[in-house]
Design a protein around this ligand. Sequence first.
Ligand code: ZN
Length: 465
Amino acid sequence: MPPKGFMARGQQLATLAALAHELLTGDAYGAMLHELAGRGDLSETQARNIVLSLKDYGKAKRLSAPFVADLARQSSHCYDRWIAARRANDFKIFEESLQRMVALKQEQASLYGYDAHPYDGLLDEYESGATVAFLDGVFARVREELPPLIAQIGQAKPIDDRCFYQMFPRERQFAFSLELLGWIGYDFDAGRQDYSEHPFTTSFGMSDVRVTTRVDEHNLSAVIWSSIHEGGHALYEQGLPEDQEGLPVGSAASLSIHESQSRLWENNIGRSLAFWQCFYPRLQAAFPEQLGAVSVDDFYRAMNRVTPSLIRTEADELTYHLHVLIRYELEKQLLDGSLSVEALPEAWNDLYEKYLGIRPPDARQGILQDVHWCHGSFGYFPTYSLGSFYASQFYEHALKAFSGLEEDIRHGHFERFLHWLRDKIHRRGRRYDSDTLCHLVTGKGLDISVFLHYAKEKYRALYEL
Ligand code: ZN
């Protein structure tokens, strides 16, 4: 969209949001749902669809059409100011618009209602059932256990990852990423891959699930792990229950479960030695002059280098969760009013110094790096970490559930594993919330110890700690 288009687009989105809201909160629709809920002849799946529809209906009812339109309009405005602020590298340009957005989100939280913390009112949108009390418990473990491990790594002999930072021609990178997607089972008859600055997955239905990837000619890692990551999201969307398409049960369970699918492929599999023992020769064949002399063991070490950095989306598997922790702490304070938007950049920088030992030199590499707050997505960030923690728990369980999984990976055979994911997670759609699904798959609720154990084992071995 051209830069001047944002005002008109904002008006259009506001109109559509208000119209959709009217339909979703209409009395006729509500009466129909209530009548269906009272019937005794529904199948379990039909009943679940009604329960979910009623829940969505009830939530939508709490917001007025003008409020929804306001929010949509403010999102467009905020996005425009964010782009301008990024360009000028000046948070002040964004400040006032973000203030209005925070006020709207506080209002939304009270319209939805909450018991303990305004953040709880908003979390449900992304992660049904999650609360501040639950997240505080999870992030307390992150805060206690990751920094000492990262500090230990900081004292160890650094890993040399220069093999990634050479000139890799754009077209060859893109071609390799298409191969990668094919290997993990992405269905190109039901999707396609394109370029974008910020990789994403978008679904127009399970038979058309598109992904984008990011290519940096001077850093090979961008394309590899963004393609695998988005591929993981896409495999989930392509595997949702076909007979429920368009109905609540036919959608994803939650954002954290969605993220568990991308992270599982990206990290647990895509950053494992077994995976690259199979595919590294293909990568070397694509880039003989750059990687011909680099061994698979060195390549494996390089891809797992841990080092504190400023940009969340470029962070390694361990420091990533400190980036999320920082955003979680700030969001809570913004919503309960204990932190003002004016004081936000300083608070951001202080937390980076506290948890990662580095201070952003400017707004672009600090407070202005994420788009989420422009869209009013407060409560979204924690789902990224939850996704990684679920991923480790699912993967550990899969390793136990069927023998030879690592052998499969070493040989590039993912059919059995994908079938397991489809059976246990994808085909269940939104039938269960994250916690119930996790119980069904692994026999217990989210247990961050599994991720921490995986992280300590993997990185102590890598860094010979
Ligand atoms: Zn993702």
